[in-house]
Design a protein around this ligand. Structure first.
Ligand SMILES: NC(=O)c1ccc[n+]([C@@H]2O[C@H](COP(=O)([O-])OP(=O)(O)OC[C@H]3O[C@@H](n4cnc5c(N)ncnc54)[C@H](O)[C@@H]3O)[C@@H](O)[C@H]2O)c1
Length: 432
């Protein structure tokens, strides 16, 4: 039996998870729970200080569970990106954002890989799980690691295994979301599979790291394109005077060949608005224009403007101008029941209303304050008093904890971008 295999089976393998965000932290804790010694590294000192005290900023990780993992003494936490040769398995889960020109910013991956290249030794396994373009692991990381004379698949092992976590999802978590694994060599795939089998029910090996990278981009591009398609359907239905929600509901009765997607105020988070650009950027280098990716991005990013126009028309109908109107946005995160508002369309929408001199407020149980165009806004509670003073309430995120009856009872007018009220619509409630 290989040394690494023995160590994984006996739980003697020391694991280091680099980047303890939405995706790194749950995985690090899953390994701790399953008996491994884990070093969690995150350069955000406040995050590490909080985690050490048992404070979790992740909605899916409750403090009791985190506390238990800390008590086990198998979890060490550090804000110093200093790595040592005694670690057997590194899992890299750092951000992969876009830069200002919407090109991939892989500086985080490169920084970590450069640091790891000096500690990779015989039998070390490195797994990248940050979403990135096909070729990153093979073309960028592999040469760095092999520059010290070691060979992948023989001396050390390197793979790509995308994280598919859906924050806030109560049914699917690390354990029951199948894991795609693609190594630089078969042996790399095999060791990575062995490692993840200790915490995940089903592993799906693929033929290469590039295939694993592309698989993740297919999944996210699939969502981006379908959301864009239904958003455009919503715009077209609006022009035709039809109710898109009724159309989707009717189409969904088809027992095959149709998957419902729903329109909304736009896309957000770290994945759907970002990842497809990794694919189109890579293809641009090969002189190919990824048309679906570009078009989907264009349509989705126009949705906040569409919402603002619809609300303006609605206010106009009731003889009000946006200037001076009291507008309350309910929900600012990019989807329900999570605290992530990165790239959220709510930021654009609030910014646009603010530029139009609306008296804009927001309420979100997950986001205490926001800074938009340099202006700080604080979440207000959804009380009868607050609601009754607004000219319009716009539901941008359909958090489960909102009291929809109360919003309905005390608001003058509601623009519901998520169809939260479903069929119970009347003259007070308008939708996309
Ligand atoms: N959030 C999701 O729903 C999701 C789902 C699937 C995949 N992903 C992908 O996973 C990757 C990570 O995303 P995330 O949402 O967990 O990001 P995140 O921002 O929540 O977490 C990343 C963490 O890495 C830390 N970090 C940055 N540079 C570091 C360094 N050099 N060393 C150590 N730590 C460092 C940051 O402080 C941060 O806490 C991205 O590629 C993302 O596309 C995210």
């Amino acid at each position: 039996m290989d040394i690494l295999e023995k160590k994984i089976i006996s739980r003697e393998a020391k694991i280091c998870v680099i980047g303890l965000g939405y995706t790194g932290l749950p995985l690090a804790l899953a390994f701790v729970e399953n008996g491994f010694q884990v070093l969690g590294v995150d350069t955000n000192r406040n995050k590490i200080a909080g985690l050490k005290k048992g404070i979790s900023s992740d909605v899916d990780i409750n403090s009791e569970y985190l506390g238990k993992m800390l008590e086990s003494e198998r979890l060490k936490l550090s804000s110093k990106p200093a790595y040592t040769k005694d670690i057997d398995c590194f899992i890299v889960s750092v951000p992969t954002p876009l830069n200002k020109t919407k090109d991939p910013d892989i500086s985080y991956i490169l920084d970590v890989s450069e640091r790891l290249s000096s500690v990779i030794t015989q039998d070390t396994l490195v797994v990248l799980q940050s979403t990135t373009y096909p070729g990153t692991t093979r073309e960028l990381i592999l040469p760095l690691f092999e520059s010290n004379g070691l060979t992948a698949g023989k001396d050390f092992y390197l793979s790509f295994s995308p994280e598919r976590l859906d924050p806030g999802n109560k049914i699917h978590s690390t354990k029951n979301i199948p894991r795609i694994v693609g190594g630089i060599t078969e042996k790399c795939t095999s060791f990575t599979k062995m490692l993840f089998e200790t915490v995940v029910d089903e592993i799906v090996p693929v033929s290469s790291a590039d295939t694993a990278e592309m698989t993740k981009l297919l999944e996210n591009t699939f969502r981006s394109v379908n959301i864009a398609m239904i958003n455009e359907m919503a715009i077209m239905s609006d022009k035709l005077g039809l109710d898109i929600w009724e159309v989707i509901s009717a189409a969904s009765t088809k027992p095959f060949g149709f998957t419902p997607f729903y329109p909304g105020p736009g896309i957000g988070g770290h994945c759907i608005p970002v990842d497809p650009h990794y694919l189109s950027w890579k293809l641009k280098l090969l002189n190919y224009k990824a048309r679906f990716v570009e078009l989907a991005s264009e349509i989705n990013s126009e949705m906040p403007e569409f919402i603002v126009q619809k609300v303006m028309a609605l206010l106009n109908k009731y003889k009000r101008s946006v200037n001076g109107s009291k507008i309350l946005v309910a929900g600012v995160t990019y989807k329900k029941d999570i605290d992530d508002y990165r790239e959220s369309p709510a930021l654009d929408i609030i910014g646009m209303f603010s530029n139009l001199n609306a008296d804009i407020k927001y309420s979100d149980p997950f986001v205490k304050e926001l800074t938009i165009h340099g202006k700080k806004l604080k979440s207000v509670p959804l009380t009868q008093n607050t609601l009754s003073k607004q000219d319009i309430v716009i539901i941008l995120t359909d958090h489960s904890s909102f009291n929809y009856d109360q919003i309905y009872d005390h608001s003058k007018l509601i623009f519901d971008t998520r169809n939260s009220y479903k069929k119970a619509r009347n003259k007070k409630i308008y939708t996309i």
